[in-house]
Design a protein around this ligand. Structure first.
Ligand code: CTP
Length: 216
């Protein structure tokens, strides 16, 4: 089985020294790469900038990228040959419209940045998904969690969506634990307890493997 996994944040440059980014650490995505590799899969981990070392497992190949465009290009290369796609990255939705060649100098009291929309990696690849391929997405929500997560499942052609609610203590960015609910395209819902991210990754891998046997 071949798995394509995106993880970590993306950094969108403003000038040679500054970028727009987010607080994703990549821990959940890296834990998933380890859990898929432990189940016998060959994993391509496409990672935005993180402080984590490349996983040492021989069946994990790590590709380092910075921006959403670079992450998309790397993912699009791998996607056709992968059986399972997992989109765990916190991709920046927008990037600066222009990247200044020189460092932007301080001038007026206010500074307005123009941002343009980035490619939606999961949704764009979702349009190319074949019936036997299986796509897993993440949804980090603060309100109307299930409704929003199921909207993403439909829009991005996911077979399974991993819902994180920021209302749950110990879930989401920066923690070593996570609390997730899995929502499947067939309406199935599984609620898990708060656990270390490695245990959450194991649960997600088991859920994917059990569905793959009946999928397409
Ligand atoms: N995603 C992606 N490319 C993007 C944005 C999101 O591949 N440009 C993927 C994420 O990796 C995740 C899922 O889509 O699996 C949902 O991400 P999220 O940021 O919650 O969704 P958005 O569509 O950006 O919705 P929102 O308006 O809530 O930010």
């Amino acid at each position: 089985m071949r798995v394509l996994l995106t993880a970590g944040p993306t950094y969108e440059p403003l000038d040679p020294v500054r970028f727009i980014g987010n607080r994703s650490t990549g821990k959940m995505g890296y834990a998933l790469a380890e859990a898929f590799a432990a189940s016998g899969a060959d994993v391509t981990l496409i990672s935005g900038p993180t402080n984590l070392p490349d996983p040492a497992h021989p069946h994990i190949r790590t590709v380092r990228v910075q921006t959403a465009d670079e992450m998309y290009a790397a993912a699009a290369t791998e996607a056709p040959a992968a059986d399972v796609w997992v989109f765990a990255a916190a991709v920046a939705d927008y990037r600066p419209a222009t990247v200044a060649r020189e460092k932007i100098k301080k001038s007026g009291y206010t500074l307005t940045l123009e941002l343009v929309k980035n490619v939606d990696i999961a949704a764009t690849l979702g349009k190319t998904k074949r019936p036997e391929q299986f796509s897993v997405g993440f949804a980090l929500e603060t309100e109307q969690e299930e409704e929003h997560a199921l909207g993403k499942l439909r829009r991005k052609n996911f077979d399974l969506v991993v819902l994180n609610s920021l209302r749950d203590a110990g879930a989401g960015f920066g923690h070593d634990t996570n609390k997730v609910t899995l929502l499947a395209a067939n309406g199935q819902k599984t609620i898990f307890e708060l656990k270390p991210k490695a245990a959450v990754a194991h649960d997600i891998v088991q859920a994917v493997l059990s569905r793959l046997t009946t999928h397409a």
